[in-house]
Write a protein that binds this ligand. Structure first.
Ligand SMILES: [Fe+2]
Length: 204
């Protein structure tokens, strides 16, 4: 089963991730942010070879370390073309990436940006800036769409309650949570309709 390692990667509370297959030692870097060397160090310690570089979306605080990872590993860049038009592997809803003996599934969750995606590994999701512990991503940035973000969150709410969330920033009381915890505690998840969500997201 694929393993996920969370890495504290910037002054902006960004999280990077290293996904790897313990049997084959094939790995994927996710959102290398400002400290891409930390993913490289972790991969080296584990003896993991980075085959893929994944971006949850195109914002600079997530992609700043792409170049170092790509140049030093030969990994292929996979991202949604609406955010990163020049990736090696364009992602879309339902894309499946093989990594060693495991599969990384792609859920397209537009809203924070048009090309925001979530990476699903068994019952774990790497959520970028779509969903944080206790809150959700901003919808007031260039390219954001509050209606699309609301709809993306409605899809995530339907995942099994035990699904573990690995967010793009350390903004909550804990570094990870579950869909079940969010359903009880995340005010953005608890909004009963689009109107209340729009008001909460854009006016407070
Ligand atoms: Fe972002």
């Amino acid at each position: 089963m694929l393993q996920i390692i969370q890495i504290d990667a910037s002054e902006m509370d960004n999280f990077s991730y290293l996904i790897y297959c313990p049997e084959t030692l094939q790995g994927a870097a996710v959102d290398p942010s400002m400290r891409p060397e930390l993913i490289l160090e972790k991969a080296a310690i584990l003896g993991v070879k980075l085959r893929l570089l994944l971006n949850t979306h195109g914002h600079q605080d997530h992609t700043a370390g792409n170049e170092l990872i790509l140049e030093s590993t030969g990994a292929k860049l996979a991202a949604h073309p609406d955010d990163l038009p020049n990736s090696d592997i364009p992602l879309t809803e339902g894309s499946k990436l093989e990594l060693g003996n495991g599969i990384i599934e792609v859920i397209h969750t537009p809203g924070h940006t048009p090309g925001s995606v979530i990476f699903k590994i068994d019952k774990q999701i790497i959520t970028g800036d779509t969903l944080f512990v206790g809150r959700c991503g901003r919808a007031d940035l260039p390219g954001s769409d509050v209606v699309a973000l609301y709809e993306s969150l409605q899809r995530l709410k339907k995942l099994p309650g035990e699904t573990r969330i690995y967010p793009g920033h350390d903004y909550g009381p804990t570094v990870t949570s579950t869909i079940g915890w969010e359903l009880e505690n995340n005010d953005y998840f608890k909004c009963p309709n689009l109107q209340s969500f729009t008001k909460l997201r854009l006016e407070t």
